[in-house]
Design a protein around this ligand. Structure first.
Ligand code: THU
Length: 134
């Protein structure tokens, strides 16, 4: 169960992380934060490259940051875009969230009043995951 305080910290961290986005090609900045089972928050932003296909999304930056610190279980993800409407994570990020948080709650926030709260299994039903290799 995620407390209201954890949820607002997670959302604020995602917004702060978007300030570091390296998005000079798309001009679309995104920040993401993940809450892990240890109660810690890890953040990331999208990082683009002159070789366009090498861009990495904010969600995966945040997840790889958490995993690199020894975390293996994601409880919730917050995404922030400086847009009027919230945006949901791309397909590649959904798959990576599934690896570490198949039951994660996803909060999508923006500058408008609308926000989305979804579960990963709604965003990626019948996912292929670690158990399929067992
Ligand atoms: N992007 C993300 O960071 N997360 C997503 O879920 C979708 C797209 C980034 C990648 C690229 O830097 C920019 O947004 C435009 O696609």
């Amino acid at each position: 169960m995620i407390s209201d305080q954890q949820t607002s910290e997670l959302r604020e961290s995602a917004k702060r992380a978007s300030e570091n986005a390296y998005c000079c090609y798309s001009r679309f900045s995104i920040g993401a934060s993940v809450l892990t089972s240890s109660g810690k928050i890890y953040s990331g932003c999208n990082i683009e490259n002159a070789s366009y296909g090498l861009a990495i999304c904010a969600e995966r930056t945040a997840i790889f940051n958490a995993v690199s610190s020894g975390e293996r279980e994601i409880v919730a993800v917050a995404i922030y875009t400086p847009t009027k409407k919230p945006t949901a994570p791309c397909g590649a990020c959904r798959q990576v969230i599934n690896e570490f948080g198949p039951e994660a709650t996803i909060f999508c926030g923006c500058d408008g009043s609308a926000s989305l709260q979804l579960r990963l299994d709604e965003l990626l039903p019948s996912a292929f995951g670690p158990n399929d290799l067992a």
